[in-house]
Write a protein that binds this ligand. Structure first.
Ligand code: GDP
Length: 473
């Protein structure tokens, strides 16, 4: 009935203009209803078409998701008819993890868009290290691949791969004998046949396979713009092509209650009182790089672009009275950076009278794998960074991409840490909050090589932090 469609304008804001659906149990995911107390409203509203596609997806997920009749029936059928073409009532894509949490989150977002475009149910294979980070994103269902699924303990060796499928298809030129489950590795698409993943020919074959198992650490959304059919749909869903990750991330990634407790209490204790928050993400890819050299780079960037004020060494400033507080949130594996900056500003006067407070929630020392507490800290850092008014991130870091996308921020990008041959600047403002796709296809679907991807497709531009990467503008 028409009254059930009535949305209170206030609720509409909290539901991000219809991006989120109502009906979730508030206590099970507090961040879903409390985030707006921490986050500035986004100027980007989802298109009505995106909203309707999300609701359709949620219906599909509810019908075919874990623990439904359709799920059990379809899974049984897929497993039993290993090497035959079969038609099933539900189709799936299982996302599997590769690399760090930032890489994983950008590839989950891309996989979810692909699932929507192809009417597949997306299930995520989460080990213990991720089970407690996020709320369930889909109402009245779960996106977690159940432990008892035959595809939990699946291994790459026993599953047909995309590569063998394409080879067989070329050899026999027939569509017979497609497997019921297929493994796709989008991690190295520049060398492997997966570089044609987005092409019509591949998609025609994949459409007939009910179970796809995908491994990717990339934000491959730009490749969807290279396929004419997907392109039409994506443009309709996202009339502002530079806000795709912003919408997908705010739709999918809600901190679990445990994560939210840590994020919100850190924010309330340290950051809430500041007039402005600056996020500083300092990712050191090679632990042997001199921290001092990196610190030097960071300081030059923030002073050159007036991100933080200089110290008033001569104490000549008269603007002391009108103090505003700027909180700097430092995210890094190394505590030196926060300590350094803090001691620099501690008890010192700045030229414009601003008071600079420096916080660093964690310093893990090194990247750890399969560690739930470590991942929780990473998620907390990414989320807190995303609440900033201004962000400085490290080139090439997907950790920074997640923060900038969630927060709708165009960051200042710190260029390569010590060797700065490719850029004369130390840092530059990025042109969009989208993640960079580091290894985009380098061929047209007919096999010809693409000399300039960015100029071959509207909406795509070369990334500022990676010459051969592309991102949405
Ligand atoms: P990328 O390697 O920078 O693209 O980002 P990823 O998130 O994929 O991998 C880096 C991983 O190292 C993170 O997921 C964390 O586990 C860890 N890490 C790196 N930088 C930080 C940081 O600033 N804070 C925390 N808590 N962890 C970090």
């Amino acid at each position: 009935d028409s009254t059930s469609n009535f949305v209170n304008p206030d609720d509409n804001d909290k539901l991000l203009g219809g991006l989120l659906t109502s009906g979730f149990d508030e206590a099970s995911c507090k961040s879903r209803t409390q985030f707006h107390l921490f986050r500035k409203p986004s100027p980007h509203k989802p298109s009505p078409y995106l909203v309707s596609q999300l609701r359709n997806y949620e219906d599909l997920h509810r019908r075919c998701g874990p623990n439904t009749k359709a799920y059990h029936k379809t899974m049984m059928k897929i497993v039993q008819s290993k090497n035959h073409d079969i038609a099933t009532m539900c189709k799936y894509i299982i996302w599997t993890a590769a690399n760090g949490l930032g890489n994983q989150m950008i590839s989950m977002a891309a996989t979810f868009l692909y699932a929507m475009l192809t009417n597949r149910v997306m299930l995520v294979k989460f080990e213990k290290d991720k089970l407690n980070l996020f709320c369930e994103p889909f109402l009245n269902s779960s996106w977690i691949l159940p432990r008892n699924s035959p595809y939990w303990s699946w291994n790459e060796i026993n599953t047909e791969t995309y590569q063998t499928m394409i080879e067989k298809d070329k050899a026999s030129n027939s569509k017979e004998g497609l497997p019921s489950a297929l493994y796709i590795n989008l991690q190295f698409s520049s060398k492997n046949p997966e570089k044609f993943f987005h092409c019509d020919h591949s998609q025609d074959l994949l459409r007939k396979i009910p179970m796809l198992i995908l491994r990717s650490d990339q934000y491959f959304v730009p490749s969807m713009f290279m396929n004419p059919i997907f392109n039409l749909e994506v443009v309709k869903m996202f009339p502002e092509s530079d806000t795709i990750f912003h919408h997908l991330a705010r739709y999918l990634f809600h901190p679990s209650n445990e994560a939210w407790e840590q994020i919100s209490s850190y924010y309330n204790t340290h950051l809430a009182k500041a007039d402005e928050q600056i996020g500083l993400q300092i990712r050191v890819f090679n632990p042997s790089t001199s921290k001092q050299a990196i610190m030097h780079l960071v300081l030059r960037c923030i002073s050159k672009h007036n991100i933080l004020p200089e110290l008033d060494d001569l104490q000549t400033s008269t603007s002391r009275k009108n103090q505003t507080i700027k909180a700097v949130l430092v995210a890094s594996l190394y505590r030196e950076f926060g300590d350094n900056l803090r001691s620099m500003y501690l008890n010192k006067q700045t030229v414009n009278g601003e008071v600079i407070e420096v916080y660093q929630p964690s310093n893990e020392g090194r990247q750890k794998f399969n560690d739930d507490k470590h991942n929780m800290k990473a998620w907390m850092d990414m989320y807190l960074l995303s609440l900033s008014d201004m962000l400085v991130t490290t080139s090439l870091s997907t950790f920074g991409y997640v923060a900038q996308g969630l927060g709708n921020l165009k960051p200042w990008l710190l260029y390569k840490q010590t060797d700065n041959k490719t850029h004369s600047d130390i840092c530059q403002r990025d042109f969009s909050s989208e993640p960079c796709y580091h290894i985009p296809p380098r061929h047209y679907c007919n096999g010809d090589s693409m000399t300039d991807i960015a100029s071959s497709f509207p909406y795509l531009r070369r990334c500022k932090d990676l010459y051969f990467g592309v991102k949405l503008a």
